[in-house]
Design a protein around this ligand. Structure first.
Ligand SMILES: [Fe+2]
Length: 186
């Protein structure tokens, strides 16, 4: 299930800075629900200055930069050059919220049937200020479209922290395991 905040003003008028958001998560003593993650991000007003230390792009794969992680939740900044995208995956027991800080995010979702295999479900585009997320066991693929002509910066919160993910192939019922790359900057 996904929601989207269309109004940038709702984001920028929030009372939580980027560091406040990370601090609120670091203080958690239990796994926050997806609704709570949406609510926290929705209250955040995230400045370019605060995000700057977590930015860095590379050729090939998108890069991951961890802001915080504890037993219950983790927060990352992901940086995507045009054309970089995730495999088709689910979060293997974690739920997650994704906030678009800058650029254009394409999200594709899929349905899985053990007999029929993986099938396309939906596609949408989010721009700066957009918020999406995934419940267990949503299957999706995120990326910066190669036609965007610009870099993409997204903020991700996963609860509990991501472990080994499951990956899928269109038209196939095969499920593989995938460990996301270690963050490029801790
Ligand atoms: Fe994901």
């Amino acid at each position: 299930m996904a929601v989207e905040l269309q109004h940038q003003s709702e984001i920028s008028s929030g009372s939580l800075s980027f560091h406040d958001l990370a601090g609120a998560l670091a203080g958690r003593q239990s796994i926050p629900g997806l609704t709570e993650l949406y609510e926290l991000i929705g209250r955040a007003g995230i400045s370019q200055e605060e995000v700057q230390p977590y930015l860095g792009f590379k050729a090939g794969n998108y890069s991951r930069h961890r802001v915080m992680r504890n037993e219950f939740v983790e927060m990352l900044v992901l940086c995507w050059k045009p054309g970089q995208r995730t495999p088709i995956h689910d979060h293997n027991g974690s739920h997650g919220a994704v906030f678009v800080h800058e650029g254009i995010l394409w999200e594709t979702t899929f349905d899985y049937d053990a007999e029929k295999g993986l099938a396309y479900k939906s596609h949408r585009e989010l721009r700066a200020g957009g918020l999406t997320g995934s419940e267990v066991p949503d299957i999706h693929q995120l990326g910066n479209p190669d036609v965007s002509g610009q870099d993409l910066i997204t903020i991700h919160i996963y609860a509990p922290p991501l472990g080994v993910l499951k990956t899928y192939k269109l038209g196939s019922s095969t499920i593989d395991l995938y460990t996301p790359a270690d963050p490029d900057f801790l």
